[in-house]
Design a binder for this molecule. Structure first.
Ligand code: HXC
Length: 262
């Protein structure tokens, strides 16, 4: 069983059946993402991936900061070859290929690598005091964990350019307007709202959730006909599952479905 004692930079809590709440916890550095934190997060995701009854994860920070970026002190020690061989790259890849629903509950600063981490989530919920930005340009660098690509796809060219080239953050309200987040809440309700969504998703058929997530992510990365072909294959595959029979039977018998993940 996953317990928090194993970790220095985050905590993990089983909130209810099938839902884990992961809290980044480096308050002294506004949750700046150092290698240890990214390593611990990827270990949690490994564990969640392998644990069948984990159905969804919520990732959050503190009320002051989701995360204020990559750890600048750590980054300062790396030269070009250091960056080229950076083990953090593998941790980012672990986060990218996580197959279960990941919901980010964002309050406060969500900057640089922190914004990039939030954009790895499938759904973003923000408190109305959250601010999102890619301030790397102020340091003479640029986003390096997917920021230019995921922002472009999330908010379009003009806003992506504005954020990345000026380094100026945007408000939660702007993030909602441009589609970076799907909802904003009172700051003290952000985690609760994200958990409610995660709990709802946790009651659905896991294979359907997994394939639907993959279909949407593939669509971000492919032309329409390729995406549609993948969707149709996934849809066809689900016809062979017990849960599809159960879902349809439950509807016809006017009862709640009990999904088995088979
Ligand atoms: C290391 C950080 C940090 C960071 C904050 N801290 N951000 N340490 N890396 N990214 C530390 C501060 O040094 C300080 O430590 C403590 O956290 C509190 O921060 P303050 O600056 O005192 O707080 P405040 O005045 O409220 O300002 C908050 C802030 C500011 C606006 C968020 O901290 C800030 O601008 N941070 C840097 C944001 C940034 O540039 N992020 C992008 C990083 S580059 P002490 O010990 O002094 O109390 C990046 C590249 C990604 O992310 C590429 C991925 C491959």
């Amino acid at each position: 069983h996953m317990t928090t004692e194993n970790f220095h930079t985050l905590t993990v809590e089983t909130v209810s059946a099938g839902v884990w709440l992961v809290r980044l916890n480096r308050p002294q550095a506004l949750n700046a993402l150092n290698t240890e934190l990214l390593g611990e997060l990827s270990a949690v995701l490994d564990h969640a991936e392998m644990t069948e009854d984990v159905r969804a994860l919520v990732l959050t920070g503190s009320t002051r900061a989701f995360a204020a970026g990559a750890d600048i002190n750590e980054m300062a020690a790396l030269d070009m070859v250091g960056i080229l061989n950076d083990p953090r790259q593998q941790h980012w890849q672990r986060i990218t290929r996580f197959s279960k629903p990941l919901i980010a509950a964002v309050n406060g600063f969500c900057l640089g690598g922190g914004c990039e981490l939030a954009m790895h989530a499938d759904i973003l919920i923000a408190g109305h005091d959250a601010e999102f930005g890619q301030p790397e340009i102020n340091l003479g660098i640029m986003p390096g964990a997917g920021g230019t690509q995921r922002l472009l796809r999330a908010v379009g060219k003009s806003m992506a350019m504005q954020m990345v080239l000026s380094g100026q953050p945007i408000s939660a309200q702007q993030a909602l307007q441009c589609g970076l987040v799907s909802e904003i809440t009172q700051p003290e309700m952000t985690v609760e709202r994200a958990l409610a969504l995660a709990c709802r998703i946790a009651t659905k058929a896991p294979l359907a959730v997994r394939l639907a997530k993959e279909a949407i992510l593939r669509g971000m990365d492919a032309d329409l006909s390729t995406g549609l072909r993948y969707e149709r294959q996934a849809f066809t595959l689900l016809a062979a599952t017990d849960d599809r029979n159960e879902g349809i039977a439950a509807f016809r018998e006017k009862r709640q479905p009990g999904f088995s993940g088979r």
